[in-house]
Design a protein around this ligand. Structure first.
Ligand code: GDP
Ligand code: GDP
Length: 449
């Protein structure tokens, strides 16, 4: 099961600072995305072998010790979804009445609660810890979110066994540059494609359109945590499983608005899918909810196809406006194919399955170490890495690191000093040279000094 860590605390205790810290390692790819990270509250993190989802319940604004102000409906919903609750307090401010109220609420949830004392860099640790004990949440965990200290111990304590969230990446070496598509298609029921998007963008309409007369078995999987509908079907001799995450919404219709759209369930569908088809509504542009989903898909490293739906009935100037908006807001998705479609009329829908196969094939591409090194040499010769502390940053060799996302590991010296711009240059270079589509290319650097 995916570990979900909810960060709870009064305003200004450092929740978003900690959130950024906990999600950064995995986020290298997403970190520079304009407009995305600012308002995102969900992020994937990884420390060592441990994957976890972090939810920042912040954004509540006012300084207050009123419980209703401290804990809005958003926070409660996040806490219900979480597997671990982290109460963050400001070690400099001492324990306040607000902290005490939050501690009581959290204890009542019946889930593991951890007390995290932040800003330990700006206080006398012993005093802050002694006071924190008073909250009765066990041994407080001292950290400095700004400095990044205490985080390893924090994660070790919260996720001790390291078995939360599997990580199937492994070093792969092969002499075949390109493997036949059939060889990488999953042997099970078929290529698993999750249709992800906000409510009403047209996911169900799209799935029904794809199925057409081929609609075969539609079976529901009640009782599973993955509250979505699997629709297996075959087209041109190839098997697929279409995952309709719209089922999530229908089942929750009776509940509150806030729970109709569950980020965690969308994440489940994304993680379980071979490929994600992200469905946007051309008439609505890219909304905040869209941005959240895109962020999750990117964090998960999922192969991706973007379908811009409801393209019918738009005048040419409206279409141009939509194209411009997408160019502006989806620059970080430039690796993904974009298809303008009408699920209602079927226009463009026929290309989606092939696009999904291409994305899946790219993400599973086997590239030999020799090929990756030859390319690296070319990139470095064309454009040397900068100097750092008077010495040239050296990139020595590269190998494949994993497939979700497609990861290339590069070894060298002072690689931690490599500017983001240069990393992007390398990632783009590899993407172009290897003709990868639909998959983000992640680089992992190892440094010898
Ligand atoms: P949030 O409202 O709980 O999300 O808090 P923020 O993450 O926005 O942090 C509030 C303020 O505390 C900011 O000015 C941070 O720079 C500061 N802050 C966060 N973590 C630390 C820390 O570990 N040490 C110190 N000294 N300041 C911190
Ligand atoms: P879901 O919640 O994402 O599954 O969305 P639905 O498939 O239920 O569609 C929501 C609404 O959008 C319905 O009224 C559909 O008829 C409409 N819709 C779906 N696709 C299209 C399209 O391509 N063009 C137009 N004009 N309307 C569409």
């Amino acid at each position: 099961m995916q570990a979900i860590l909810a960060l709870v605390g009064r305003p200004n205790v450092g929740k978003s600072t900690l959130f950024n810290r906990l999600t950064r390692s995995r986020d290298a790819l997403v970190a520079d995305l304009p407009g995305l990270t600012r308002d995102r509250k969900y992020g994937l993190g990884r420390l060592g072998e441990r994957d976890y989802l972090v939810v920042d319940t912040g954004g509540l604004g006012e300084e207050s010790d009123e419980i209703d102000t401290l804990m809005g409906e958003q926070t409660r919903a996040a806490m219900r979804e979480a597997t671990h609750l982290l109460l963050l307090i400001d070690g400099r401010a001492g324990v306040t009445a607000g902290d005490e109220m939050l501690a009581t609420e959290l204890r009542a949830m019946g889930k593991p609660v951890y007390l995290v004392v932040n800003k330990i860099d700006a206080t006398t640790p012993a005093t802050a810890m002694a006071e924190a004990y008073r909250l009765g949440l066990g041994e407080p965990l001292p950290i400095s979110a700004v400095r990044g200290s205490g985080l390893d111990r924090l994660i070790d304590t919260v996720l001790p066994d390291g078995k939360d969230g599997g990580d199937e990446t492994e070093a792969v070496e092969s002499d075949d540059t390109v493997v036949e598509e059939s060889a990488v298609l999953p042997a099970h029921a078929g290529l698993r494609i999750a249709f992800v998007g906000r409510p009403n963008v047209g996911k169900s309409t799209l799935i029904n359109r794809l199925l057409g007369e081929n609609r075969v078995v539609v079976f529901d999987r009640p009782g599973t945590t993955r509250d979505s509908i699997d629709v297996p079907f075959e087209r041109d001799g190839r098997r697929y499983v279409l995952v309709d995450t719209a089922g999530i919404r229908r089942r929750a219709r009776v509940n509150e608005m806030i729970e109709k759209f569950s980020i965690v369930k969308a994440l489940d569908a994304i993680n379980a899918a071979d490929v994600v088809i992200l469905v946007l509504d051309a008439r609505a542009g890219v909304t905040e909810q869209d941005a959240h989903l895109i962020g999750l898909a990117l964090d998960a490293g999922a192969p991706l196809v973007v379908a811009i739906n409801k393209w019918d009935g738009l005048a040419e100037d409206e279409r141009n406006a939509v194209r411009r908006t997408l160019d502006l807001r989806l620059t970080f998705l430039d690796f993904a194919e974009r298809h303008f479609i009408s699920a209602l009329h079927g226009t463009g829908v026929g290309h989606l399955l092939a696009a999904a196969r291409r994305a899946h094939e790219s993400s599973h591409r086997q590239v030999s170490t020799a090929e990756l090194n030859r390319l690296l040499e070319g990139f470095v010769n064309a454009h040397q890495p900068p100097l750092s502390r008077g010495r040239r940053i050296k990139l020595r060799y590269a190998h494949l690191g994993g497939h979700r996302p497609f990861t290339i590991v590069i070894h060298g010296n002072q690689t931690d000093r490599l500017p983001g711009e240069y990393k992007r240059y390398l990632a783009n270079g590899y993407r172009r040279a290897l003709k990868l589509v639909g998959t983000p290319v992640a680089l992992e650097f190892k440094t010898g000094d």
